[in-house]
Write a protein that binds this ligand. Sequence first.
Ligand code: PEP
Ligand code: MN
Length: 362
Amino acid sequence: METTQESQQSIVKAAWNKRPLIISGPCSAETEEQVLATAQRLANTGKVDMLRAGIWKPRTKPGMFEGIGAKGLPWLQQAKKLTGLPTTVEVATGKQVEDALTFDVDVLWVGARTTVNPFSVQEVADALRGVDVPVLIKNPINPDLELWQGAVERVARAGIKDIGLIHRGFSSYGNTEFRNAPMWHLAIEMKRRMPGTPIINDPSHICGRRDILLATAQKAIDLDFDGLMIESHIDPDNAWSDAKQQITPERLAEMLDEIVWRREDVSSETFHIALDKLREQINHIDDELMQLISQRMHIAEKIGTYKKNNNVTILQANRWNEILDKAVKKADKLSLSEEFVTRYMDAIHMESINRQNKIMND
Ligand code: PEP
Ligand code: MN
């Protein structure tokens, strides 16, 4: 498939603007045959918009497979020629940006381990000056939205216009259900902060395993993400990196069929009327909740004054345990989860303590 530079650019723009945007390909490019076969099988599904492959792999421990390096770039070029799929690669240094662009990689992405480091992000941004290439920026491995936003700003200041976000979850200590905790509220907050910026979800690195990939992808779509980046491999079990989370191109296609694709909005009038009514109810309840919480805080302040006058400590563990215990028991009856009620009560309690503290020390 011969394409001029100009028509390639419009193919890339079309893919970039497609919703949902589906990016797939191996965690790592391993051999030419593997890259070409994966690309071909992905293209055969007709459901994938862009081919990903890690060329340089930032691995946690030395001695793990650290990527095939620049020698894999011509394979991607070849894969694009074979399938027409635009390509995307992770870059972490100025030299990698340069190499990727030399081999016509269409979209670059900044990995989670790079987003945490402003020196590296700046180096990547500097290498991008004067180049018109879309860039995706993964969330940093730690849950720090400023850092994520800072990376976006550095790349934007280098003159890159097409910037997107990838939510790949946040690392935490110990074994949990997820390899990287999704902390969906952080992705939602980024969407709120950057409304015009597309955000796609990477369930592969969130899950770290296959069995919960679909549910996680579905959740992202339910939350109105703009697309998905999912790792795929022709022989997942024998992948040189991230073997546990990769799936075959055919399984990917099945999964994409199983997802219920939801739209943010529909135009039907009856739908809107019904929705508006329910939203009005919610607004009303939110108002009432807020007023009640405000009342609660005023009472807490009165207690604070009373404690101060009687030289009593703010925190009385027994009393707090009692309240929490009662709340959790009640929650069950009201079909509220224990986790939610505990978090909610903790937030209320913290605010009460802060208020009382102020009174004590005034
Ligand atoms: C990857 O996409 O293969 C990768 C290394 O991801 P992350 O930066 O999210 O860890
Ligand atoms: Mn990976």
